[in-house]
Ligand binder design. Structure first.
Ligand code: FAD
Length: 503
């Protein structure tokens, strides 16, 4: 008979470990369920993971986290999206905002009207307004401004999401304090062996390197790329996606803080990958994600140092990874969360969000607080879908690029895509349909941001030229409302100053 889980043991004290501790502690508060986190003093945390997506604000709401306290504790800034530089061709840029574009016109999604406007502009030999001009979120960001969305406003233009850039180590510490206040126990120690039940195969207890034992009913592997429980103990196979996503290293370096930090992440395509710039209140995080088939670590480090703005405040450091996931993130009474379960490169800052959704899946798939193999199987199915959808979206960025200057970029021309991605691209290019499948993290507007940013337009769409005066008027009014909204908003650094000064 299934017994109720009375004790969760979490192995690892990075962002994954402390997120798990915080979310479980909140969920099971007042229910006599013990939670212990054990962290090795011998293994450092990964030390990156600074940009997030809007789902994090919902998680914080559920946890009852005070936003201002979190921002100040983690040197955070706000993020309204990502600016992609040089991705289609060198010299061009576009913005992926945390919002939709425009409001529907004549019952049809706004992008149909925009495609029609593009066609008319072409006939009139000008470029027309880019799609991002019809997003208040993107327009604020590009003006260096920030204001909180009004998701109850009558106009969808004011409905947008926002996320944060923060110091990942400080974020883990913030969650540690939160979790410990809710009673999570903390032990220092390196897990070196396991005692397993010979019949069920479940883990009974962890054995630490000093011989101490920690007994629990459910174990969460947050040991980073080591995947000490799921991969090393259970031998769970890895689905390797490096043939689709060939970047396997990142060189990282920090530079001084920008006094007027942009409210967005910058992603710049380089010869053998791409570089990020993430503005925090206290510094700027920079990294070059590259493939070591095309460039050495030393070459990547010097390219990054040439690329960054400002003086480095530490030495460049290289991190190695492999794109892919463990086939199952949950085996028996052990689930892996964070890097221990897999990693898709950080192009759309999805990892921390996937940590939160994985913990959500664990909580939701313990019916009556007990293990149930059918529920575990379902959780694994959902997790695989979530990973595959994100993989497809990330791969889309590379595949849409028209860069040809290096073998790194040329390899994507020949690539055979996953069926799911090929289908979505076909539906867009032939029917102007944005297909969104089950467990999709990136909704239609994100796919649209990519297609428009990379100038991949469908053959036909729902509003034909010549455009009616209604469509023209409504579009012009939208744009005017956005310009007005931007003019009234404070600059991002002013907004931040108010928050930091009143703390
Ligand atoms: P880690 O931080 O590696 O922590 C592992 C923990 O396990 C440590 O506490 C260690 O001491 C402990 N441990 C290991 N072995 C043992 C053992 N035997 N016994 C006990 N404890 C043990 N994510 C984003 O969301 N946004 C980003 O912008 C982003 N950028 C990234 C850039 C790069 C180059 C990389 C590689 C990742 C990035 N990520 C990003 C991912 C993000 O860094 C991670 O998802 C996040 O930090 C969580 O890491 P973790 O807790 O799984 O692992």
């Amino acid at each position: 008979m299934n017994t109720k889980i009375k004790h969760f043991a979490i192995v690892g004290g990075g962002t994954a470990g402390w997120s798990a501790a915080a979310m479980l502690a909140r969920r099971f508060a007042g229910q006599s369920i013990a939670i212990t986190l054990v962290e090795s003093p011998e293994h450092a945390t990964i030390g990156v993971g600074e940009a997030t997506v809007p789902a994090i604000t919902q998680v914080h709401k559920q946890l009852g986290i005070d936003e201002q306290a979190m921002l100040v504790a983690t040197d955070a800034t706000f993020k309204l999206g990502i600016e992609f530089r040089d991705w289609r061709v060198p010299g061009e840029k576009f913005f992926h905002p945390f919002s939709d574009f425009g409001v529907p016109i004549e019952g049809k999604a706004f992008y149909h009207a925009w495609l029609c406007m593009q066609q008319e502009a072409k006939l009139e030999s000008h470029t027309g307004n880019p799609l991002e001009h019809y997003s208040l979120c993107a327009s604020l960001a590009q003006a260096g401004k920030f204001s909180l969305p009004n998701n109850h406003a009558s106009t969808p233009l004011a409905w947008y999401g926002y996320a944060y850039h923060f110091d990942g180590a400080k974020y883990a510490n913030f969650l540690r304090d939160y979790a410990q206040q809710l009673g999570v126990a903390y032990t220092k120690g390196t897990v070196s062996a396991f005692v397993k039940n010979p019949t069920s195969g479940n883990i009974d207890c962890l054995v630490l390197s000093d011989g101490a034992q920690l007994k629990a009913d459910f174990f969460i592997d947050c040991t980073g790329f080591k995947s000490r429980l799921l991969a090393q103990e259970y031998g769970e196979p890895f689905c390797d996606w490096s043939h689709w996503l060939p970047c396997n290293k990142a060189v990282v370096v920090q530079t001084a803080a920008n006094p007027t930090p942009p409210p967005y992440t910058i992603s710049t395509a380089l010869d053998s990958g791409w570089a990020w710039s993430i503005p925090l209140k206290s510094r700027t995080g920079n990294g070059y994600v590259f493939s070591d088939n095309h460039i050495t670590e030393d070459q990547a480090a010097s390219q990054l140092l040439r690329h960054v703005t400002g003086k480095p405040i530490n030495d460049p450091r290289v991190i190695t990874f492999r794109a892919g996931m463990r086939e199952n993130f949950w085996v028996k009474n052990c689930a892996a969360v964070g890097l221990a379960s897999g990693f898709i490169e950080p192009l759309e800052s999805t990892s921390i969000s996937m940590i939160h959704t994985a913990i959500g899946k664990i909580i939701e798939h313990l019916p009556n607080g007990c293990l149930d193999p059918k529920a575990t199987e379902h959780a694994n199915h959902l997790n695989r879908l979530e990973y595959e959808r994100i993989r497809d979206f990330i791969l889309l960025h590379y595949w849409l690029s028209d860069r040809t200057g290096s073998n790194f970029w040329k390899q994507f021309n020949e690539l055979s895509l996953p069926d799911t991605l090929q289908y979505k691209i076909d539906q867009w290019l032939t029917n102007a349909q944005l297909v969104i499948l089950e467990q999709e993290s990136f909704q239609a507007q994100s796919w649209l941001a990519m297609y428009s940013g990379f100038k991949r337009y469908p053959l036909s769409y729902a509003i034909d030229a010549p455009m009616s005066t209604t469509v023209r008027d409504v579009s012009a009014k939208m744009r005017a409302a956005i310009v007005k909204g931007v003019s009234h908003a404070p600059y991002h650094h002013e907004f931040l100053s108010t928050l930091y000064e009143t703390d």
